[in-house]
Design a protein around this ligand. Structure first.
Ligand code: SF4
Ligand code: MG
Length: 334
């Protein structure tokens, strides 16, 4: 397996008048070629900040990557100049966001917007660029591409616009596509079609995908592996199977219970409470205040990742025999 991306011990802070927010606190994960990794969590958990940090799109100030490395195809992106980063964004790593309307320029035709990046980054003729644009329109399932390239964004439906955004993101054949809540603004039927499209595209192009979402339903359709973030940390990671059927972290279990199901007889159970303040994050498990299983050790010491399988890791004292021993020995009493 070719390793596309490795994020190691990433820390990101934002300095505000109120103090310093520790938005991402030691995040590590990897992604192989052709894989889809989902980063899941509630809003404010640090998932978008993580992906922006990969792209080096953290505005400094107020933001700062204070620690960690991002290795893309064997190269540390932190060592790259801003100019070199610009040549990577949209070409080797592409990003798409929630709202397809703001991603498109209403005053330019779809064709112009599709070919813009190509002309800027690849040395190709106008005819070759047009052919590639038509190919991309076909890939994302937009009929009559030749005609439609001449049209403007408002002449397309929301779902079609998101398909166009995806086509633009993929036109330079990136190795990595980062999609931040790509279906959140779309209705359920269109959402399903776009997710299917991601799967098709991956099959045809081999692109690796990072899918950022708060919605485990979205993840179930296309992720290979899942990392669950909470309060700036990855608190559990595993294969889709491991997260959906064998999750060990009470927060992950809570998220799973809050997914609406078509056959649901029970009511939706969102997790009660709110995440901790990241101005002064707790030194122990950040889920302590909301966790029905919290023990005395939990808010005192952060639980080190416990290995459940080669792919499944969880940061929770419930998995650790030592927690009980420490408690019994009373060493954690303050
Ligand atoms: Fe709950 Fe403790 Fe596990 Fe945190 S470490 S999730 S508080 S049991
Ligand atoms: Mg976000």
């Amino acid at each position: 397996m070719e390793r596309i991306l490795e994020v190691n011990d990433l820390h990101v802070t934002f300095t505000t008048y109120g103090g310093t927010v520790q938005a991402v606190r030691g995040v590590s994960f990897h992604l192989d070629k052709g894989e889809t990794l989902a980063i899941v969590g509630e809003s404010g958990c640090g998932k978008s900040v993580t992906s922006n940090a990969i792209m080096r799109l953290i505005p400094d100030p107020p933001g700062k990557i204070t620690k960690g490395s991002v290795i893309f195809k064997g190269q540390d992106l932190a060592a790259y100049s801003e100019k070199k980063m610009r040549s990577i964004r949209g070409v080797d790593i592409s990003m798409i966001f929630q709202d397809p309307m703001t991603a498109l320029n209403p005053t330019l035709t779809i064709g112009t917007q599709l070919m813009e990046g190509l002309k800027e980054h690849k040395k190709i003729s106008g005819a070759q660029a047009k052919a590639k644009a038509v190919e991309m329109m076909n890939l994302v399932g937009i009929p009559n591409p030749e005609e439609r390239l001449k049209q403007y964004p408002h002449q397309f439906s929301g779902g079609m616009r998101q398909r166009i955004v995806i086509a633009i993101a993929l036109i330079c054949d990136p190795d990595l596509l980062i999609a931040d809540e790509p279906t959140t603004a779309l209705d359920v039927t269109i959402q399903a079609q776009i997710l299917e499209l991601f799967a098709t595209i991956q099959e045809r192009t081999g692109v690796s995908i990072i899918l950022i979402t708060h919605d485990l339903g979205v993840v179930a359709k296309i992720a290979d592996r899942i990392v669950v973030m909470y309060a700036g940390k990855i608190i559990e990671s595993g294969s889709k199977r491991e997260i959906f059927y064998e999750s060990k972290h009470p927060y992950t279990q809570g998220l799973l219970h809050s997914v609406p199901r078509l056959d649901a007889k029970e009511e939706l159970k969102p997790i009660a409470g709110t995440p901790p303040d990241l101005f002064s994050p707790p030194k122990g498990c950040p889920f302590t205040a909301r966790c029905p299983f919290a023990m005395e050790v939990c808010d005192k010491v952060y639980p080190a990742p416990e290995k459940i399988s080669d792919t499944h890791y969880v940061d929770c004292w419930l998995q650790d025999e030592r927690a009980k021993r420490l408690l019994a020995a009373n060493v954690l009493q303050t």
